[in-house]
Design a protein around this ligand. Structure first.
Ligand code: P6P
Length: 341
């Protein structure tokens, strides 16, 4: 049997690379891993609600069963506040930034998270996920934390990752020292290192996009996707289309196999305005940190995702993410056809 490396041990080993580390960072990551275990249990049981009836179930806090994404939000938010390592957080489920009440110990970190992305897929037993991003607070420890602490560009992230609740539950994260994947072992109740140093292939033959929206895309995006259907030995096209409609699941598959995921801005709701769907702070930025640490790229077509300056908490962004060569190719189409005016 190989070396059993738990998440806790891996984080502590990583922390040894930061002599000035205070243990807060390690504690915060471990609290996120604990939240993941709790949510994993609820997601696993979700399918049984109709069988045993919601009245027959209560969550870990003994409360009446709730919508899974609300439950995931409340689990994460509660553990983050109680950790004492956090100053403020932003959640996809809540309009405003959540400042840690001053009757709790406030720490030096900020977490932006999507507690349960893709939760509409849970009834179809499709994999869904939690996405998180850890930043240093900008405000000084003596000042009151503010929403501005959450609104920092992705290049300021200290750690990021996701949990995918699928055939097995995996925790994938980076602290800037590579990407590492842990698989949950329910028999011992912990995540064990199963995918050390994940690297995304430089070039992949999978593309993930909702082609149902193609008539609403910009010309550059449309021409790029069309080009993936051509017969071209040099580019190894045609590609295979794989799209689950659950960001974490689509991203995770492409991270391991190689390929490109796109959620293009579209003008279906307003013919005069291209609007993106996915969120910058707690979807695009954390996945961008992970993919770059694995050797890939993440862009909005024009700019590196992690260099986008946030202007609002729930800001949306066009997301093109995956294998480096694939993303660079997509950027060339967009710059050629969408910027030529
Ligand atoms: P569409 C799920 O609702 C989500 O936010 C992401 O997980 C997923 O990638 C995307 O929306 C799917 O959106 O418009 O293709 O159904």
């Amino acid at each position: 049997m190989g070396d059993l490396i738990t998440i806790g041990r891996h984080i502590l080993d990583t922390e040894r690379n930061f002599p000035e580390a205070t243990g807060q960072f390690t504690g915060l990551l471990q609290h996120i891993a604990l939240a993941a275990k709790i949510v994993a249990g609820e997601v696993r049981r979700a399918g049984l609600v109709d069988v045993i009836g919601s009245a027959g179930r209560s969550n870990v806090q003994g409360e009446e069963v709730q919508k899974l994404d609300i439950l995931a939000h409340e689990t994460l938010a509660k553990l983050m506040v109680e950790s004492g390592y956090l100053a403020v957080m932003a959640s996809e489920e809540v309009e405003d930034a959540i400042i840690v009440p001053n009757d709790y110990r406030r720490g030096s970190y900020v977490v932006n998270f999507d507690p349960l992305d893709g939760s509409s897929n849970i009834d179809a037993n499709v994999s869904i996920g939690t996405i998180f991003s850890i930043l240093p607070r900008k405000t000084s420890d003596d000042d009151k934390p503010t929403e501005s602490d959450c609104m920092q560009p992705g290049n300021r992230q200290l750690a990021a990752g996701y949990v995918i609740y699928g055939s097995s539950t995996m925790f994938v994260y980076t602290t800037g020292a590579g990407v590492h994947g842990f698989t949950y072992d329910p028999s011992i109740g912990t995540f064990l290192l199963s995918h050390p140093n994940i690297r995304i292939p430089e070039y992949g033959r999978i593309y993930s996009v909702n082609t149902g929206n193609q008539r609403f895309w910009t010309e550059g995006v449309r021409r790029y996707i069309d080009s993936l259907h051509d017969e071209d030995a040099e580019r190894n096209t045609p590609f295979s289309s794989r799209y689950i409609g659950s960001l974490v699941a689509d991203f995770h598959r492409n991270l391991l196999y190689g390929g490109i995921f796109l959620y293009p801005a579209d003008n279906k709701k307003d013919p005069k305005k291209y609007k993106p769907k996915l969120r910058l702070l707690y979807e695009a930025n954390p996945l961008a940190f992970v993919v770059e640490q694995a050797g890939g790229k993440a862009s909005n077509g024009i700019q590196r995702i992690m260099d986008v300056e946030p202007t609002e908490l729930h800001q949306r962004v066009q997301l093109i993410i995956g294998s480096r060569i694939n993303v660079e190719e997509a950027e060339r189409f967009i710059k050629k056809y969408d910027l030529s005016g």
